[in-house]
Design a binder for this molecule. Structure first.
Ligand SMILES: [Zn+2]
Length: 64
């Protein structure tokens, strides 16, 4: 596992914690395409992050 992958995992864990903090809200369906760029979101990412709307790239950009 390289540094980029570890950073990505941390980012997704932060996202997941943030999502759990909003548990009172209904969980949106995971998008099949990125809301920002329209790229396909991999099935593994959609499973890992319920309600994910952004691809890996746009997610990391939005957190900077
Ligand atoms: Zn994107």
């Amino acid at each position: 596992m390289d540094a980029v992958t570890r950073e990505q995992l941390r980012a997704e864990q932060r996202f997941e914690q943030h999502r759990k903090a909003q548990a009172a809200k209904p969980i949106p369906q995971s998008a099949t395409e990125c809301a920002e760029c329209g790229n396909d979101i991999p099935e593994s990412r959609r499973q890992a992050i319920k309600g994910v709307q952004l691809c890996t790239e746009c997610q990391s950009l939005s957190e900077k």
